[in-house]
Structures are given as C-alpha cells and as structure tokens.
Design a protein around this ligand. Sequence first.
Ligand code: C2E
Ligand code: MG
Ligand code: MG
Ligand code: MG
Length: 290
Amino acid sequence: CADAAMQQAKDSGRGNRQFYQPGMDVRAMEVLQQERLLREAIADNAFVLHYQPQICLKDGTLRGFEALVRWRHPVRGLVGPIEFIAFAESRGLITPIGRWVLHEACRQLKAWQDEGLALVPVAVNLSALEFRQRDVAGEIAAALQATGLAPQYLEIELTESVLMHQTGQVLDTLQALKDLGVGISIDDFGTGYSSLAYLKRYPIDKLKIDRSFVMDTPGSADDVAIVTAIVQMGRSLQLKTVAEGVETAEQMALLRRLDCDLVQGHLVSEPMDAPAIRQWLLGPSARTAA
Ligand code: C2E
Ligand code: MG
Ligand code: MG
Ligand code: MG
C-alpha cells in the first residue's frame, strides 16, 4: 500500500509540482491519494446532488430547493461537501465540480418540471473562489440554455466573502445574473465580515439567516434579537428572509411570529436524493410540511 502510494506520488509528480521524497510523511501521501481519487471522481462524475426543500412559513407551501453536493467515494461512501470542497479548491479542482453541480441542478429541476412537479426554483452554492475564478454569468447562461430551464427557476447562493471585495467585477457579474433573471441569495448571512453597505450596492433577493443564529432560539435572548433584527432589516430592504437549520417546532413558531418568509431545515426535511424528493413531491407532505 505504501509502495503504491509512493508510485502514485512519483506518477503525479510528472504533471504537477509534487516530487516524491524519501522522508515524505504519511499525511502528504494521503493528500496525494485523495487528490488522485478526486480527479477520478471528476472524470467519472462520481457526485450526486441532494435537495433540501424550502417552505413558506405562512402557508406551508414548497417554495424552492437547495442543491447540496455529495461525493460518491469508492471507500467511504457518500462524503459531504465540508470534507472536499475546500480541498478541491486547494488542488485547483473546484471548477469542474462546480460546473457539474450547476448543470445537474438545472437538468434535474427541468426534468421535475417536465413531469409537472416542483415549479419552484433550485438554489446552487458558489464559493468565493469559484465566483472569482469562473465566468459565472457565462456558465450559468450556458447551463440554462443547455438544459432548457427558465432563469427564474435558478438561484445562486453566495457568501458575504464574495461581496467583501468591492470590485467592479463582482457588481458586473451580479448585474449580469440579475439581467438573466437568476435569483441571488446571501448564504450564512451574519457570519461574514463584510460591511452591510453591499446590501444596497448589489442586486440581492434573499438573505439566508445562518443556522448558528437559529440553533439556540427561542431560548437564547441574544439569538432571538439577532434573528429578529435580520428579518426586520430584510423586510425594510425588500429582501426575502430564509431561516437555515430549523430543527424544532419552537424555532418554527418564533420565525412565523417574526414574519420570516421561508424555512429550511431538518424539521421540514433533510436534504434528500432526487428519487426521494420525487416521492416527497408526489406525497401530501410536500404541501403540508409546515
Ligand atoms: P450551506 O449552503 O449553508 O448548506 C446548508 C447546510 O446545512 C447543508 O450541509 C445542510 O445539509 C445542512 N442543514 C440543513 N438543515 C439542517 C438542520 O436542520 N440542522 C443541521 N444541523 N444542518 C442542516 P451540507 O450539505 O453538509 O453542506 C455544507 C456546506 O457545503 C453548504 O452550506 C455549502 O456552503 C457547501 N456546499 C454544498 N454544496 C455545494 C456546492 O455544490 N458547491 C459549493 N461551492 N459549496 C457547496
Ligand atoms: Mg447554501
Ligand atoms: Mg447556508
Ligand atoms: Mg450555513
């Protein structure tokens, strides 16, 4: 096994700037092994999207899905994005994964629409690095074109770190998405370091209140105050608010009282694979989950 790993290190050393050293430690070997597996996964499209419903707090109807990527790992089974997105970025491998996610989410939503199911948008996550490195607007236009999905059924989730850099390029890209008709959400809202000024500078549609603020409500008075303030600010700025990570009926009741627009979380549904979502859409739960 160690020999095989060394051979891989030598092999991958040819194309990349990695050279086997006798003293190379186990950790470095693991990184190379992981990188090789991830390259194979990209070549084989060994990823799958799970979808998590977003529900309207007022009437309990389905209003959208978030697409969340998983890696079908040959040994470890389904591996979540926390364990490979940052790694993929560090190895220069995020672009093909991000492209696959975008295309697959659009394709799946269109397939559900063609069946008469799910006339709601799908949200796709883009990391700050992806946003900087890729021609996001061009790729999104191409994915919509290729799959036939109408632009109003696609949303992009960005974190505040994307908006931190006050570049004309960020504004141009967001404006291009807006012009296409694609929705823009701020993910993990409240956890970034950016100034709130971006809320007026950029064409944003939704704020997703980070799970860390929702988690300890209604017990924590501080968190209730923060969530209340975000929902009120959202309303004043005409942005929709989505609470992430809603797990309890008490959290849901609070959010409803505050007039938050949408909820997403395990209380309604965990992220599910496409066949499970399809069943969910066919059943009564899709309409009465809240
Ligand atoms: P996120 O965009 O904030 O997604 C929400 C995460 O919270 C998901 O974790 C979801 O499974 C989890 N979650 C939802 N409801 C609950 C709940 O009630 N309780 C708890 N404890 N967790 C809940 P997941 O799928 O592991 O994704 C983690 C992060 O990975 C995402 O956070 C997103 O930042 C990133 N990610 C996921 N898919 C992609 C992708 O295709 N591209 C990129 N660049 N990043 C992605
Ligand atoms: Mg997200
Ligand atoms: Mg989030
Ligand atoms: Mg989050």
